[in-house]
Design a binder for this molecule. Structure first.
Ligand code: NAP
Ligand code: GDD
Length: 329
């Protein structure tokens, strides 16, 4: 039986990847950091089928110990400080988690068992001020946030361990991917949650930043399959994972509000505080290499994704209302 270790298992991608690996017959282990209250909401439904270990990307020894204990065949390094605006507020901590954390994981792998296959969660945010459209594996990087800069470091250190030590290290350059499990601070979920709350009479305004920003949004469930496929190949390599379709934040809002029968322009307000010090205006990926080599293709369209998220939020908010506890917004 194959064993996999996932850092960031409590996050959106970690939860979908754990499900996928269980379906493939893996023994699944996850790294969690201690918190005063557990945040295992996304993995609650599989909690009794996975094993959790305490460790932290900031603590080298904890990473070595967990690898020695689990002896995985594959490591998926998904843990990171993943919210772009916070990276301007905590740039040093972002670099510790999102950049140096990758080296700590790679060093732990090299020390414990360099034959472990390693996946690094790289990001389209590395393309930043894009040099060409669409972006592929050869497009130069120009990151626009401390988060993007940290991810560029994580990408290159992964490539470097492959080239320096012959380790099986892959960097997946994933474009934005969303789901009903997306954190509420990211724009898709912020919009679908607000559409549900406004529809159900719990909220009357939605404050947003730049409506003109354009992203290539896919479904997280599709994207974790690509992570796994990368580690099943004969040779390690880097891949762009994207839908190849671009939509603006304005279109996203329109699709979500239309779906619940509301005119978005009556509810959305622009809040200058939500504009970023440096914006990534557009991202659109070319995943031709992933299609050719991995046989990977996305299965959920943009509209299906947003409808799926609105449906899930309507259900959740209705449940909260029934239980007498709805968030204040
Ligand atoms: P997410 O929901 O924010 O999850 C991040 C995970 O990292 C959480 O489990 C978090 O644990 C963990 N973590 C953070 N700092 C840690 C530390 N110091 N030690 C151990 N664990 C730590 O993010 P996601 O959307 O699933 O994304 C997964 C990865 O893919 C991230 O690296 C992200 O940067 C990258 N990525 C995401 C996208 C996207 O569109 N979703 C696109 C490209 C790349 P807690 O629960 O304890 O906070
Ligand atoms: N979060 C947020 N909140 N974004 C807003 C808002 C708002 O109120 N209004 C407009 N936006 C715009 C942002 O300015 C940005 O251009 C776009 O919506 C998407 O923002 P996010 O959903 O926060 O995602 P992101 O693109 O910054 O980063 C996500 O994707 C990256 C891959 O490109 C994250 O998942 C990163 O971890 C990931 O690497």
């Amino acid at each position: 039986m194959k064993r996999a270790l996932i850092t960031g298992i409590t996050g959106q991608d970690g939860s979908y990847l754990a499900e996928w690996l269980l379906q493939q017959g893996y023994e699944v282990h996850g790294v969690v950091r201690r918190a005063s209250t557990e945040n295992f909401e996304r993995i609650q439904h599989i909690r009794d089928r996975i094993t959790l270990h305490q460790a932290d990307l900031l603590d080298q020894l904890s990473l070595i110990s967990v690898l020695q204990k689990v002896r995985p065949h594959e490591v998926y390094n998904l843990a990171a400080m993943s919210f772009v605006p916070t990276s301007w507020v905590q740039p040093v901590l972002t670099a510790e988690f999102t950049a140096l954390g990758v080296t700590r994981m790679l060093e732990a792998v090299r020390l414990v068992d360099p034959s472990i296959r390693f996946y690094q969660a790289s990001s389209s945010e590395m393309f930043g001020k894009v040099k060409e459209c669409p972006q592929d594996e050869n497009t130069p990087f120009h990151p626009r946030s401390p988060y993007g800069v940290a991810k560029v470091y994580g990408h290159w250190i992964t490539v470097n361990y492959r080239e320096s030590y012959g380790m099986f290290c892959c960097s997946g350059i994933l474009f934005n991917h969303e789901s009903p499990r997306r954190g509420k601070e990211f724009v898709t979920r912020k919009v679908t949650y607000a559409a549900a709350r406004i529809k159900l009479g719990l909220q009357d305004k939605l404050k947003l930043g730049n409506l003109d920003a354009r992203r290539d949004w896919g479904y997280a469930g599709d994207y974790v399959r690509a992570m796994w496929l990368m580690l099943q190949q004969d040779q390690p390599d880097d891949y762009v994972i994207a839908t190849g379709e671009m939509h603006s934040v304005r279109e996203l809002v329109e699709v979500a509000f239309d779906y619940v029968g509301l005119d978005w322009e009556k509810y959305v307000e622009i809040d200058p505080a939500l504009l970023r010090p440096a914006e990534v205006d557009l991202l659109c990926g070319n995943a031709a290499k992933a299609k050719r080599v991995l046989g990977w293709e996305p299965q959920v369209s943009f509209t299906e994704l947003i409808h799926m998220m609105v449906d899930a939020d309507l259900k959740r908010v209705q449940k909260e209302i029934a239980a007498g506890r709805s968030d204040d917004c």
